[in-house]
Ligand binder design. Structure first.
Ligand SMILES: Nc1ncnc2c1ncn2[C@@H]1O[C@H](COP(=O)(O)OP(=O)(O)OP(=O)(O)O)[C@@H](O)[C@H]1O
Ligand SMILES: [Mg+2]
Length: 280
């Protein structure tokens, strides 16, 4: 069964797309079959993996509105099993169309039901709004990863996000839970970062990932080359961080993930450990 994970936070610029792309790439590197779904009209995840959002044959919008089959919208991202369902400005039409549609909140879930068995992980990049598109992602997902920048206003708006998750859980998707809170653009030298980080630990406890994503200029550069950090600069600190995050999600330790960089070791790791999850 595939794990469907939404990367959500209605706050803009907190690292949702960076996390969606690089977590997806790190899971693919660890020999998982991965589908990245871009639910944002900005199309940043689409462009960030090297697919031209303006040249898509079909977008997530087309199959959400039932105009095209999912298979027509799948784009191959890289060698191996890494695929994309891309988005562009057409997603704005999806937002409107879904509101008029009966059971519009479950459109993504219905569409993914047809294909998710072909993937180990489906990673959904949400737009910066608690919109119909984000609700669709939450209805389809089993887990939510909440990226948070450890700065003064980070906690603002968090209760609205948690309330939305809880109401989707109660009304439509009993399976849904917060998979984890991810500290992004982390600067350990900054006192405020430490304070906000402690607040997050107090509030979310074990649900805060041990992995922190450091502020790393290579992570910011990679999308303009249409590459994940793993492809753009495999030895960057940002690449190590996203490998470690994938390791936490897969229940593997850092050495196993680092070994996974070479093809031979990757095979050995998978055959030895298979897929284990950290959390029950
Ligand atoms: N760890 C990091 N270090 C340095 N720059 C980063 C890091 N993470 C993200 N960025 C940069 O910060 C900006 C915002 O990141 P990103 O696009 O991932 O956020 P987002 O939450 O998806 O934004 P939006 O809400 O607009 O969708 C981008 O320019 C990105 O390259
Ligand atoms: Mg984004």
């Amino acid at each position: 069964m595939s794990e469907i994970i939404a990367i959500a936070n209605q706050k803009g610029g907190v690292g949702k797309t960076t996390t969606a792309i690089n977590l997806a790439a790190a899971l693919a590197e660890a020999e998982q079959r991965v589908l990245l779904v871009d639910m944002d009209a900005q199309g940043n995840a689409t462009m960030g993996v090297g697919v031209d959002k303006n040249a898509l044959d079909a977008t997530v919008c087309d199959f959400l509105l039932g105009e095209k089959g999912v298979a027509e919208a799948l784009e191959v991202v890289a060698e191996g099993d890494f695929y994309l369902l891309g988005a562009n400005g057409d997603m704005t039409a999806a937002e409107v169309g879904l509101r008029d549609m009966k059971n519009g909140r479950s459109a993504l879930k219905r569409a993914l039901d047809d294909i998710s068995a072909s993937f180990d992980y489906v990673i959904i990049d949400c737009p910066p709004a608690l919109s119909m598109l984000t609700v669709n992602a939450l209805v389809a997902a089993r887990g939510v990863i909440i990226p948070m920048q450890c700065e003064y206003y980070a906690l603002e708006g968090l209760s609205a996000l948690l309330e939305t998750i809880e109401s989707v859980r109660q009304m439509i998707n009993r399976e849904l839970s917060v998979e984890g809170v991810l500290r992004t653009m982390y600067d350990g030298r900054n006192r405020l970062t430490g304070e906000v980080s402690s607040q997050l630990m107090n509030y979310f406890g074990d649900s805060v990932y041990n992995t922190v994503i450091p502020r790393n200029v290579r992570l910011a550069e990679a999308p303009s080359h249409g590459q994940s950090i793993l492809a753009y600069d495999s030895s960057a600190t940002g690449a190590a961080a996203y490998r470690q995050l994938a390791g936490e999600i897969l229940g593997r330790d850092d050495n196993e993930m680092a070994d996974g960089r070479t093809q031979g070791a990757k095979r050995a790791v998978s055959s030895l450990f298979g897929r284990r999850r950290k959390k029950a």
